[in-house]
Design a protein around this ligand. Structure first.
Ligand code: SAM
Length: 197
């Protein structure tokens, strides 16, 4: 079996993103309203657009035009642009742009792969986006966050996020921490938050 065929039939759990996609597939259904808080090159937006299908809707944010263009290109090629709203704004404005409730919000932090590495997600705006996401989340809905502590400023963002996540009331939010154990301590990892029913 070649690599492409193998990855089509079973996920290869190398790093946190395939794990996040595995879990997102469990929660997002046709017709759902969902948010990609950092659309970047559009991989997560495409997954969401495919899962919610045409009765559903995706709101996808990025502060860089390059990221929105890349995402639009990927969605158009896959025939999925129709149910996606691309928003050139920071995720700290989620509450202004999105309906409520939403079933899932994905944050894939850090810099745009292949883009300007000095443009990164920042603790204050990430926390503001997180608060708004938690507020508009449907009961049983999820916030999925991929965190990259290894880049410049990444460890500060990690500490700020984890400090806030530890404060969330355990009967209201179920907060999970998932990362590979046989990788460097600053390797990327994944947080899943589910709002209680
Ligand atoms: N989800 C993307 C994908 O599937 O290709 C990868 C996202 S990339 C790791 C992080 C993105 O966050 C970058 O494109 C960057 O421009 C964006 N970003 C930085 N600050 C932001 C903010 N306040 N709101 C929304 N996006 C932001």
């Amino acid at each position: 079996m070649n690599r492409a065929t193998q990855s089509d039939t079973q996920p290869l759990l190398r790093g946190p993103v395939p794990l996040s996609h595995l879990l997102i597939r469990q929660f997002v259904r046709s017709g759902d309203h969902v948010i990609d808080a950092t659309c970047g090159n559009g991989h997560d937006t495409l997954l969401l657009a495919k899962l919610v299908e045409s009765p559903g809707r995706v709101w996808a944010f990025d502060i860089q035009q390059q990221a929105l263009d890349q995402t639009a290109y990927r969605l158009t090629n896959a025939g999925c642009i129709g149910n996606v709203e691309l928003i050139h704004a920071g995720h700290e404005t989620i509450a202004e742009h999105c309906p409520r409730p939403v079933k899932a919000v994905i944050f894939n932090l850090g810099y745009l792969p292949g883009g300007d590495r000095s443009v990164v997600t920042l603790p204050d705006t990430t926390l503001a986006g997180l608060e708004q996401a938690l507020e508009i989340l449907a009961p049983g809905g999820i916030v999925a966050i991929t965190i990259y502590p290894g880049h410049e400023g990444g460890a500060r963002e990690q500490s700020a996020l984890e400090a806030r996540l530890r404060q969330l009331a355990p009967h209201t939010f179920h907060v999970w921490h998932m990362g590979q154990i046989n990788v460097p301590v600053d390797a990327p990892y994944f947080i899943l938050i589910q709002k209680s029913l």
